[in-house]
Design a protein. Structure first.
Length: 355
C-alpha cells in the first residue's frame, strides 16, 4: 500500500487510445494515503481484533482518492478525454484488500468485518464520486448495451449450470454405487476438462453446423456452429466434472452405519436416499456446484469469441483496439460476479453443513 501511494495514481489521456501523462497524488493526499497504509500494521500490533477498521478505511480511501483525482484531472479537458487508474491505484488497492482479508483471519469471529468496506464504496458509486474514472465513463458511453451483455453473461452461466446439474446429478447417483461406472464417467468428464476452452469451442463448430444443416428444425431453434449453442454445449461439458466428482464422493462418503440404521428403521431404498443419504451428502455436493459456477463465469467470457455475447465482448474488443478501459469494463464485472457467486454458494454450503 505504501509503494502504491508513492507511484503514479492517474493516467490522463486525450482520448481512449492515445498515450497520456501520469499524475501523482498531491502532497496532502499523499500524506493521507501513506498514513492509511501504515495504520493497519500499527493497529495490528496494538489491537489485532480491530485491524479490520483501518484496513476497510484504507480500501475505501483508495477508491475515494481515485474518484477525486480522476475528476480533478479532467477539469478543462475535452469530453472524450479519459482519466484511468495508474499502477499506484492497483497496487494500493491490492495491499488494502490483503489487509482486509488478513483482518478476517485475525478475528474469525468477526468475519462480517471483511465486508464493512462495501458500504462506503456503495456510497461512492451512488454519489457519482467515481463517475470520472475511465471505466465508468466507458460504461456510460456503452449505455444499455453493457446491461444487455451482462444479462447475456448471466443467462449463459445460469443455463449451463442448470444443464450440468440436471445431467450430472442423475449420473452421480447412478455411479455412486457402481465403482466401474464411476471410473468411466469421471474419466470421460476429466478428459473433457483437459481440453482448452478455445479448442473445445472450435471442435464443436463442425458437428453443430452439420446438425443444423441436416435438421432444419434445429436451425430454426437457433442451433448453429457459432453463437449460443456451442457456447452452452462447451460450458455444460466443462461444468460436469466438479458436479459429478463431488456428487460421487459425497454420496459414497455417507457412513454405511448410518444407512444400516435407516434400513433397520424400516426405510426403503428410496426413503434412505431422500431422507438420509442426500441430506448428508448435499453440503459436499454443493461445493462442486460452486466450483462449476465460478468456472463457468470465466468460460462464458471466452465464449464471446464465437458470437455468444457476454462480458467477454468488451474484453476482446479492448484487446483488439488496445483499449485497457474496455478490457476492465468486461473483466472487473466478471471477476466480481465470480467472487459473488462463490461467496453466496459458500454461505449456502456452510448453512447446509451446520443443519
Amino acid at each position: 500500500m505504501l509503494a502504491g501511494a508513492l507511484l503514479p495514481w492517474v493516467l490522463l489521456r486525450p482520448n481512449r487510445l492515445a498515450p497520456g501523462d501520469y499524475l501523482r497524488l498531491p502532497l496532502p493526499w499523499l500524506g493521507l494515503a501513506v498514513l492509511a497504509a501504515l495504520l493497519p500494521a500499527v493497529v495490528g500490533r496494538w489491537r489485532r481484533h480491530w485491524v479490520w477498521l483501518p484496513a476497510a478505511a484504507a480500501l475505501s480511501l483508495g477508491l475515494w482518492l481515485l474518484g477525486t483525482q480522476t475528476g480533478a484531472a479532467l477539469v478543462g479537458q475535452p469530453p472524450f478525454a479519459r482519466a484511468s487508474a495508474a499502477s499506484g491505484v492497483w497496487l494500493y488497492l491490492l495491499g488494502a484488500g490483503i489487509a482486509v482479508y488478513g483482518a478476517t483471519l485475525a478475528a474469525p469471529e468477526q468475519r462480517w468485518s471483511g465486508w464493512v468496506w462495501a458500504l462506503p464504496v456503495a456510497a461512492l458509486l451512488a454519489s457519482g464520486t467515481l463517475g470520472s474514472w475511465s471505466v465508468l465513463a466507458e460504461a456510460r458511453s456503452e449505455g444499455a448495451r453493457w446491461g444487455q451483455e451482462l444479462a447475456q453473461h448471466l443467462r449463459l452461466v445460469g443455463t449451463a449450470l442448470g444443464l450440468a446439474v440436471g445431467l450430472g446429478a442423475p449420473l452421480a447417483v447412478w455411479a455412486a454405487s457402481r465403482p466401474g461406472v464411476a471410473a468411466a464417467v469421471l474419466g470421460a468428464a476429466n478428459a473433457i476438462q483437459t481440453l482448452p476452452s478455445l479448442a473445445l469451442l472450435g471442435l464443436l463448430i463442425a458437428p453443430l453446423s452439420a446438425l443444423a444443416t441436416a435438421f432444419p428444425a434445429l436451425r430454426a431453434a437457433g442451433v448453429s456452429g457459432i453463437g449460443v449453442a456451442p457456447a452452452l454445449t462447451a460450458m455444460t461439458l466443462y461444468a460436469l466434472l466438479p458436479v459429478l466428482r463431488n456428487g460421487v464422493v459425497a454420496l459414497q462418503g455417507v457412513s454405511p452405519s448410518v444407512l444400516d440404521a435407516a434400513r433397520g428403521m424400516g426405510m426403503s431404498n428410496v426413503q434412505r436416499f431422500w431422507r438420509v443419504q442426500l441430506p448428508l451428502a448435499l453440503p459436499v455436493w454443493l461445493g462442486g456446484v460452486r466450483q462449476a459456477a465460478v468456472l463457468l463465469v470465466g468460460v462464458a467470457a471466452v465464449a464471446a469469441l464465437i458470437g455468444a455475447g457476454g462480458l467477454g465482448t468488451y474484453i476482446f474488443k479492448g484487446l483488439q483496439s488496445a483499449a485497457a478501459d474496455l478490457i476492465l469494463l468486461g473483466a472487473v464485472p466478471a471477476a466480481l460476479l465470480a467472487i459473488g457467486l462463490d461467496a453466496a454458494l459458500r454461505w449456502l454450503e456452510g448453512g447446509l453443513g451446520r443443519v
